[in-house]
Design a protein around this ligand. Structure first.
Ligand SMILES: Cc1ncc(COP(=O)(O)O)c(C=O)c1O
Length: 484
């Protein structure tokens, strides 16, 4: 038996690397990263490709090892070329993510040391780092001591946990789910509708409250609807407001909604996944006035703090409520219960084992300081207003309202022909061209293009390029249309 074990050990030991192996892997990975970053200015923001990365299937998993070089070649041609390039400052579609380099280093360190950040007992220092990030964000939102939260993989999961906490805190029983009511607007992110399903609340009524001409929840309509629902014997459960809608960047009137929620004793959640970090700016503080009245908020560091994908956060004003909803004990965890100085992430979310997400936020905040983040966010707000002004100089362009945050929307209205068809062609032409990336949406059947400025690499040059590509594409399509 020992012989057999030793034989297996010899093979298993191949999983360990030597110092020389590590240096070689690291050097090659670093060269790859450097080549990628130094060629970024020339890279397209979007690459339409025929095979769409299918080449990855040419390297199936096998018993035998492969060379790192061969794998990096596949990464380069099949992964880091086709499709959207979210590392590019010329990406101004959807909600751009970031990709701060120190976060990559943090992920590397977190993976090498592999600290266990589910529970405080296992890695007290790492959990303190995570809780420090959460406290900093709670402070930003204006929550008092006693607030807590959880670093999630993104905004969708943060919103889901928030809804579950709201449900649990209300004491609602399953038999009453079909009597409960959730209030939001048509502009809420679709992950909230998914969350309602996952939280088992699909029988609830979802009221989409009418919006004003800037796509913000009408608070009078909200008040009337809650009262009318109460009169009918329904159970108002929660208000899901947005601080920066994905489509249009609208911020609901949080201050007034907070008062209504308080008056009717409803859980008030703010989805600030996109807009939240604008609280670092004077303008953002004004626009999101009243956010501190909420019971919980979602805020995504992989959006407004420019981190790489994989970082969202849920913040909860009354930390005990999050704990009561998410905590569960298990026999095999009994040793961990002796370390209670700090809250454990596993007690505040559905996750147990998890990535050490805090490090990728803590490191750039420490290395850079907060000042450049604030400047970058102020810059994004100004760039969006600049774009909104400049795009109106193109004849035939119709714009949406002045941007609340860093999203502007617009469309081209041709002198003749179908405007929707034209704008569909326009966005397709931009994607085919690929120098810049914008996305489109539709409002009551009307197609609009969107500019979302949130990448830390998006500066004035990139906005000028976007404007010039738009001018070029519109002219090209106009000429094509005149020939048909
Ligand atoms: C307002 C808002 N909420 C939630 C989400 C979902 O976040 P994630 O993609 O991180 O899950 C997004 C994503 O764009 C968003 O803009």
């Amino acid at each position: 038996m020992k012989q057999q074990i030793k034989k297996l050990e010899r093979q298993a030991r191949n999983l360990e690397t030597t110092s020389q192996d590590r240096r070689s892997l690291f050097d090659q990975a670093q060269d790859y990263g450097e080549n990628f970053l130094s060629s970024l200015p020339e890279q397209k923001a979007y690459v339409e490709s025929q095979n769409k990365g299918k080449g990855v299937y040419e390297l199936p998993f096998q018993d035998s090892p492969k060379k790192f070089e061969e794998l990096l070649n596949v990464l380069q041609s099949e992964v880091d070329t086709p499709g959207l390039n979210p590392a590019s400052g010329k990406h101004a579609g959807y909600i751009p993510g970031g990709g701060l380099y120190p976060s990559a280093i943090a992920d590397y360190l977190a993976a090498v040391t592999n600290r266990y950040t589910g529970v405080f007992f296992s890695s007290p220092g790492a959990v303190r780092i995570e809780n420090m990030c959460i406290r900093w964000m709670n402070n930003l939102v204006g929550y008092p001591d006693g607030a807590t939260g959880n670093l999630t993989s993104g905004g969708s999961i943060a919103n889901l946990i928030a809804l579950v906490v709201a449900r649990d805190d209300s004491g609602l029983e399953a038999k009453d789910f079909d009597h409960a009511v959730i209030y939001t607007t048509q502009q809420v992110h679709h992950c909230v509708i998914k969350a309602i399903k996952f939280a088992g609340l699909h029988e609830d009524t979802v009221r989409t409250i009418p919006m004003d001409d800037r796509f913000r929840m009408k608070t009078e309509a909200l008040e009337d609807q809650i009262q009318s629902d109460k009169d009918q014997g329904l159970i108002p459960l929660t208000i899901f407001a947005s601080a920066g809608t994905t489509d249009l960047g609208a911020v609901d009137p949080l201050d007034e909604i907070g008062d209504i929620a308080n008056h009717h004793n409803l859980w008030f959640h703010v989805d600030a996944a996109y807009g939240g970090f604008f609280l670092l700016t004077g303008h953002g503080k004004k626009v999101m006035k009243g956010i501190q009245k909420s019971d919980s908020a979602t805020i995504d560091p992989h959006k407004g703090l420019f981190l790489p994908y994989g970082s969202g956060a849920l913040l909860v004003k009354d930390g005990q409520k999050l704990y009561d909803s998410q905590h569960m004990s298990a026999n095999y965890l009994q040793d961990t219960y002796k370390a209670t100085e700090e809250a454990s992430p596993a007690d505040l979310s559905p996750e147990l084992s998890k990535h050490f997400r805090g490090l990728r936020m803590w490191l750039p905040l420490q290395l850079f300081g907060i000042k450049p983040f604030r400047a970058a966010l102020d810059e994004k707000l100004m760039l969006t207003r600049y774009f909104h002004n400049e795009i109106q100089q193109i004849d035939g362009i119709e714009v949406g309202p002045k941007p609340e945050l860093s999203i502007a929307f617009f469309r081209y209205v041709p002198e003749s022909g179908d405007a929707n068809e034209f704008n569909k062609k326009l966005v397709d032409a931009i994607h085919r061209d690929g120098r810049v990336f914008l996305s489109s949406t539709h409002l009551d059947g009307t197609i609009y293009l969107r500019l979302a400025v949130l990448h830390f690499r998006t500066h004035l040059d990139e906005i000028e390029l976007i404007l010039s590509v738009l001018r070029e594409m519109i002219n090209k399509l106009k000429i094509e249309a005149s020939h048909t």
